[in-house]
Design a protein around this ligand. Structure first.
Ligand code: ATP
Length: 788
C-alpha cells in the first residue's frame, strides 16, 4: 500500500513535534551551558580564595593538600559537564532542521508490539518518557535500515543476534523542519534518495552518506572483526566515503576506549586531506589524524636527505621515457618495492651481525678521536650472540666513556685556554654558579687558581662536546648510508642475500643509479622506505602503539614493502586498506596486484576482502564509456543516473584546442556546473595549459603544493586528481601521443573517472587507443575546425 494522506499528515506532525522538543532542549542546554561556563570562569578566578593554605604542621599540610584537591575536583567536574553539554548542544543544533532520514517498523520475535525506529545522525530522547525519538545511525538496530528490505530481518545487538520482522521501511528528505520527500522502499536503500544525493553538484568538500549507505558499504563500515580489511572497489564506488563513515562508527561504538587521535588516515596528497576533512565534523565527530606517507618519510629522513616525493617519481615515469636508462630505473622501482627486497634487507641485518658494519669515525673539530676501524673492531669483539641493536648501544656507551677520557686530555690545551680567556664576566659568573649547583657539597672556591682553571676548562670542553655526545646518543656513528650503498656496490653480498629470488634486469645500471643518487644525499622515492626500514631494523623499530586503526586510502599506490613497513609501524592497529587496482598509476608493483599477499600480512584468518562493484560518482553514460578501458570493467555496475554521453572532440592545432576548451568551459558554466577540471597528463603539461588558457579565462593551477581546492575551474595533473571529483572533466589532450602505453591506461582511466556529470575529451591529433577501442555508441565524436 502506498503512502496515504493520513500518513503524510501524521509524519509531518511528528517532525514538528520532534523538532519542537529538540528546540526546547536546545534552549535549556543553551542556558545550562552558559551557566556552567560562568561557573567554570568563577571557580578558576577564585580558585585560591576557596582553599585554605596552611603549612604550619604536618596536619596543616595534609589539610591544605585535600583542600586544593577538592577545589580542583569541583573545577574539573564542571569542565567535564561543560564539554559534554556543549557537545550535545552542537549535535542537537545539527539535528533540529532535519531530525531523521529513515524509519523502520520492527517487531522483534516474542514481542507484542511493533516498534517505530526513526534514524538520524545522532540520537535524541524524549526527556519525560526517556524513549528514543531518534536513533543514531550507528546504533545496532539501525543496521536493519541499511541491510534489509521489509520482511524477516536480523541485527547484531551487543548481547547477540536479534530476529524479527520488518514491516515498513521509509525514507525522508527533511529540510527546515518540513518533509520534502517521503517514500517507502522495497530495496535496501531506495534509489530515489540515492538519485537525489548523486544528482547534486560536486563540492570542494566531501559529503557524508549516512542517509544512503548501501548494504555492501555497511559491511565495511561495521566490520569490527578483521585485523586487516581490504576494500577493492571500482572508481567512485564509495571507498573513501565508507572509510570515513567507518571512522564515525568506530568512534561511536568504542566511545569509551577510542579517541579520534588514535586513528590515522593515510591520504594520497595534502589536497585530499582538505577535501575529506569536513565529513566527520558534519557527523558530530572529531577528525582522525590525517597524513600522507611522504610526510612520514620526510619527517624521518628529511634532515639527512633530499627525499624525492611520489609525484616527482611519477612525473619522471611519464616524461622521461626516451631518456637513457629509463627502463633500468623502472626495473629498480619494481624490485625495491617487492617483498623479495624486503626479505633481502631483513637478511642483511643478520649478515651485519657477523661482518660488514660501517661506521663513521668520531671526530672533534675535524680531528679523528676514534677511527671507524677502531669502532668496527670493538663492535665485532663483542660476543656474536649479542643482538645488533644491543651491540650498537654498547658501542654508544663505550664512545661516551672515551669522550670522558678525551676531556682530560684536553685540559691544558691551547684552545681551551683561549676559550677561557674569551669568557666574558656574565659567562664566567654563570659558569661559576653552574659549577656550584652541579658540584654541590664539594669544596669549591675560585680562590685557588689551578682549581678554577680546571673547572672552567672542563666546562668549556663539555660545552663543545655537547653536539658530539648527541650525535653519539642518536647512533649517528653508524653509517647507514654506506650500509645501504653496500647492497648495491658489493656484488658478492648481493648474491648471498638474494637467495632464490630473481635478479632484476639491468641490475648493474640500477646499482649505478642508486649509488649516484645517494652520493648526492638524495633518496629516490623507491629507496626511501627500504632505507628507513634498514635503519629501523638495526636501531629498533620506532613504533606507534597508541594508534588503534590505520586507514590507507588509494591503497593500490602502496608497494608490498610499504605495507609491511606500515604494519610494523603500527603494531597494535587494525588496518583498513581501500583501493582500486585499475587506478594503480605508479611504476612499482601495487600491493593489490597480488591479492594473496595482502591477507598474508596479518594471516588469512584475520583478513577480509570486500569488493564494491557499483559506481556512484559518474552518470551511467560515463561509467559505460570508462569501464571499457580496463580489464574486468564489465563487472562495474553503473548507477542508473543519466546524463550526456562523453564527448570526444578532435582538433588539429593547439590554438584550436585552447579556443575549444575556453568555449567548452563557458558552456559548462552556463549549464550550471561549478567545479570544472581540465585534467592534464603531467605537471609540465598542466603548467603549459594553464599559461595558455589563463589569458582567456579565469582558472587556477593545482600543483603538488596546493593545500586545498575550491569550487572553480582548475587545471590539474591526473595523478593529483586522485580521490577527488568534479562536476565536469575536460581531458586536455586525450590523443594517442599522450596516452598509448600500457602504463598510461590506468592514468587515463583515473582522469576520466573523476567526472560526475560531464566528460569532454579533447584530442590534439589522433585519439588515444583507450578511446578508439570503446564501442562507438558509448561516446559522441566531433571535429573542431581550426579557428580562422
Ligand atoms: N551510498 C552512497 N550514497 C550517496 N553517495 C554516495 C554513496 N556512495 C558513494 N557516494 C558518492 O559517490 C562519490 C564517490 O565516492 P568516493 O569518493 O567515496 O568513491 P571512491 O571509491 O573512493 O572513488 P575513487 O576510487 O574513484 O577515488 C562521492 O560523491 C560519494 O559521495
Amino acid at each position: 500500500m502506498g503512502i496515504t494522506e493520513q500518513d503524510w499528515h501524521e509524519e509531518k506532525s511528528r517532525v514538528l513535534d520532534v523538532t519542537n522538543q529538540i528546540q526546547e532542549r536546545i534552549e535549556q542546554l543553551t542556558n545550562e551551558v552558559g551557566k556552567i561556563k560562568s561557573d567554570v570562569i568563577d571557580i578558576r578566578k577564585n580558585f585560591w580564595d576557596e582553599v585554605t593554605i596552611n603549612i604550619g604542621t604536618t596536619e596543616d599540610i595534609i589539610e591544605t593538600h585535600f583542600s586544593i584537591r577538592q577545589q580542583a575536583e569541583i573545577l574539573s567536574e564542571r569542565e567535564r559537564r561543560y564539554r559534554h553539554s556543549a557537545a550535545t548542544l552542537k549535535q542537537l543544533t545539527r539535528l533540529v532542521d532535519a531530525p531523521y532520514f529513515g524509519r523502520i517498523d520492527f517487531q522483534e520475535h516474542g514481542e507484542q508490539e511493533t516498534e517505530q525506529i526513526y534514524i538520524g545522525i545522532t540520537s535524541f530522547r524524549n526527556q519525560d518518557e526517556n524513549t528514543f525519538l531518534v536513533y543514531d545511525w550507528r546504533a545496532p538496530i539501525a543496521s536493519l535500515y541499511y541491510d534489509h528490505i521489509p520482511g524477516p530481518a536480523t541485527f547484531q545487538a551487543p548481547f547477540g543476534e536479534v530476529t524479527g520482522d520488518m514491516s515498513l521501511k521509509r525514507q525522508y528528505v527533511i529540510r527546515n523542519k518540513d518533509i520534502q520527500l517521503m517514500f517507502d522502499s522495497g530495496v535496501t536503500i531506495g534509489d530515489e534518495l540515492l538519485m537525489q544525493a548523486l544528482s547534486r553538484h560536486s563540492d570542494a568538500q566531501m559529503k557524508s552518506i549516512v542517509a544512503t549507505i548501501q548494504r555492501e558499504q555497511n559491511r565495511i563500515i561495521r566490520n569490527d572483526q578483521s585485523r586487516m580489511l581490504i576494500v577493492q572497489g571500482a572508481a567512485g564506488s564509495g571507498k573513501t566515503s565508507a572509510a570515513l563513515q567507518r571512522v564515525a562508527y568506530l568512534l561511536y561504538k568504542y566511545r569509551k576506549t577510542l579517541q579520534a587521535d588514535q586513528m590515522v588516515l593515510f591520504s594520497p596528497n595534502p589536497m585530499f586531506n582538505s577535501y575529506v576533512s569536513t565529513v566527520l565534523p558534519e557527523l558530530g565527530e572529531e577528525n582522525m589524524q590525517q597524513t600522507t606517507f611522504q610526510e612520514y618519510l620526510e619527517h624521518r629522513l628529511g634532515a639527512e636527505f633530499q627525499v624525492e616525493d611520489p609525484f616527482a617519481q611519477i612525473e619522471y615515469i611519464l616524461t622521461a621515457v626516451d631518456t637513457p636508462d629509463y627502463q633500468a630505473r623502472i626495473n629498480g622501482i619494481q624490485f625495491k618495492a617487492s617483498t623479495d627486497f624486503l626479505n633481502m634487507v631483513s637478511t642483511y641485518k643478520e649478515v651485519l651481525e657477523q661482518s660488514g658494519m660501517v661506521f663513521y669515525p668520531v671526530k672533534f673539530e675535524n680531528e679523528i678521536i676514534i677511527t671507524a676501524e677502531q669502532i668496527k673492531t670493538h663492535f665485532y669483539d663483542f660476543d656474536p650472540s649479542i643482538q645488533l641493536i644491543n651491540r650498537i648501544e654498547l658501542i654508544c656507551e663505550w664512545l661516551l666513556n672515551t669522550l670522558t677520557d678525551f676531556v682530560e686530555s684536553q685540559l691544558d690545551t691551547e684552545w681551551v685556554e683561549t676559550e677561557i680567556e674569551l669568557l666574558d664576566a656574565d659567562e664566567y659568573d654563570r659558569a661559576y654558579k653552574k659549577l656550584l649547583r652541579t658540584q654541590k657539597g664539594k669544596d669549591i672556591t675560585f680562590d685557588d687558581f689551578e682549581q678554577e682553571k680546571q673547572l672552567l676548562s672542563r666546562m668549556v670542553i663539555q660545552k663543545r662536546l655537547k653536539p658530539l655526545r648527541k650525535w653519539i646518543k642518536q647512533f649517528e656513528f653508524v653509517d647507514v648510508k654506506a650500509l645501504y650503498t653496500q647492497l648495491f656496490s658489493d656484488q658478492q653480498l648481493f648474491t648471498r642475500l638474494i637467495g632464490d629470488a630473481a635478479l632484476p634486469d639491468d641490475w648493474s645500471i640500477i646499482c649505478q643509479q642508486t649509488i649516484a643518487r645517494l652520493d648526492e644525499a638524495s633518496l629516490a622515492y623507491e629507496d626511501a622506505t627500504p632505507f628507513l626500514y634498514l635503519k629501523e631494523i638495526m636501531f629498533g623499530m620506532r613504533t606507534n602503539t597508541a594508534v588503534r586503526h590505520v586507514f590507507i586510502d588509494e591503497a593500490q599506490d602502496y608497494s608490498p614493502f610499504q605495507f609491511a613497513f606500515l604494519k610494523r609501524l603500527f603494531p597494535r592497529a587494525k588496518m583498513t586498506a581501500l583501493g582500486d587496482l585499475n587506478q594503480a598509476i605508479y611504476a612499482h608493483m601495487s600491493s593489490l596486484d597480488r591479492l594473496d599477499t595482502m591477507p598474508y600480512l596479518y594471516g588469512p584468518e584475520h583478513s577480509e576482502t570486500i569488493r564494491l562493484t557499483r559506481s556512484y560518482r559518474s552518470t551511467r553514460e560515463i561509467v559505460e564509456f570508462t569501464r571499457g578501458m580496463i580489464p574486468g570493467g564489465s563487472e562495474i555496475e553503473p548507477f542508473n543516473r543519466h546524463g550526456d554521453k562523453p564527448q570526444v572532440t578532435a582538433v588539429e592545432t593547439r590554438e584550436a584546442l585552447h579556443s575549444g576548451i575556453v568555449a567548452e568551459i563557458e558552456q559548462l558554466s552556463k549549464d550550471g556546473y561549478k567545479s570544472i577540471a581540465i585534467i592534464c597528463k603531467t605537471a609540465s603539461e598542466s603548467a603549459d595549459a594553464y599559461a595558455a588558457l589563463q589569458k582567456q579565462i579565469q582558472l587556477h593551477l593545482v600543483t603538488k603544493f596546493t593545500p586545498t581546492f575550491d569550487k572553480q575551474t582548475l587545471v590539474i595533473p591526473a595523478y593529483l586528481a586522485k580521490g577527488v571529483e568534479f562536476d565536469a572533466v575536460i581531458i586536455y589532450d586525450g590523443s594517442t601521443n599522450q596516452y598509448h602505453q600500457a602504463h598510461e591506461r590506468k592514468l587515463f582511466y583515473t582522469a576520466c573517472t573523476r567526472a560526475m556529470h560531464r566528460l569532454q575529451i579533447y584530442t590534439l591529433g589522433e585519439m588515444s587507443p583507450f578511446i578508439r577501442t570503446q564501442p562507438s555508441d558509448t561516446f559522441t565524436y566531433n571535429k573542431l575546425a581550426n579557428p580562422s
